[in-house]
Design a protein around this ligand. Sequence first.
Ligand code: ADP
Ligand code: ASP
Ligand code: MG
Length: 438
Amino acid sequence: MKVCKFGGTSMATAASVTNVKNIILSDPDRKFVVVSAPGKRFSGDTKVTDLLYAAYAEQQKNGDVIRLLDEIKSRFVTLATEMKVEIDWDSEFKTIYDGIARSATDDYAASRGEYLSAVLMAKVLDFDFVDAAELIKFRKDGSFDAMLTNDLVEKRLKHAEKGVVVPGFYGRLPDRTIKTFSRGGSDFTGAIIARGVAADIYENWTDVDGFMVTDPRIVSDPQLIDVLSYEELRELSYMGASVLHPDSVFPVQAGGIPINIRNTFAPEKPGTLILKDVSGYDRPLVTGIAGRKGNTNITVAKAMMNDEVGFCRKVLSVIERYGLSVEHVPTGIDTMSIVISDMRAKHVDGEKLLNDIRGMVNPDSIEVSESMSLIAVVGHGMANTPGTAAKIFTALWKAGVNIRLIDQGSSELNIIIGVEDDDYNAAIAAIYDAFFKA
Ligand code: ADP
Ligand code: ASP
Ligand code: MG
């Protein structure tokens, strides 16, 4: 049996919801459906999830949530009318108005897009609606409780007679409040359900033909990846390939369940298969290229640093105190760099952090740049093939891109390159051309 997750674009309009319906009803094995909130209907449109975050912010600012919630309501009313199903939206939205007014965080508000989307889809399909709050559980400290969740999903869904629709993106804390995953988290919900019901396959339906070698918004019409390993998927999605939430791999890996990325708007295409073992497939040297901008790079220099026992630990302890996670720590004899991805997002006071490092290790100099892009070139094939790095560096050199950092993971599954944000697109395009157009 199959678990199918449909993303925001698939849930955005009556035309796309009709595709979703046809896809599910064309195969009786498609028994478990996970949905996102409706996404953009056209370029410039706003995703329902973003409207909900904005509604919560308005509520906090001036207690007024009606205007934005009415906008969302009218989208659902239109969808239901066009899909010819009847739902008591007045009562659903009354509960949401009250719930948002009572919420201490924006999680409840944000989760309602998925909730309403699932209510709608269950009606359209005549499937049962099962609330994610009953299945997906977090611990008191906010961490996801995989064991408890897996038990609940198995008990509640595995032997379900009828098809089931579950909202993506959220679950519940022990105090019964709603908590969401990070953005794009419906992919993770789909993977959790797939593991819990021991699905034969996890189909992730989106708005592109599959996982592409690189971001189609940077390189036009990049090659499609036919087969990807779990490890490659993790590297690429963690490093920025936004097709799948980076945590999605864990539940399916634990259950040995293949993922199939498919296009809701071209269901006849086979999409990308993500498997545990890809050794039997004929695959290119480099499987994919992904990256993200806006990382912070702090470079600390001090003569004879290498002789100073505990130097790195002291610097890192400051970073830890600020709750930041370290991505890379390239070191030289007298220099140490720390690359951090979430400094901007966490609104850390950079000056204060640098002063703390100064106080701790008394460096000769300390520099910070907030515009470093990290790019990962990923592929199992790179490990045994000399010259891969040379090919990447030559391509970047020819494109006039200055390399600021190089790191090769010990698994030899990836090579990470740091460049200036301004060079990000050119660097991705140059690496893509070197491996896929030569
Ligand atoms: P959904 O709403 O279905 O979850 P997302 O917008 O989260 O869809 O993810 C699909 C989008 O990911 C595509 O429309 C594409 O723009 C973007 N994307 C980024 N990197 C890649 C890649 N390597 N391959 C395919 N799509 C990618
Ligand atoms: N709707 C949520 C978001 O926009 C979750 C998801 O689509 O996966 O991030
Ligand atoms: Mg997504």
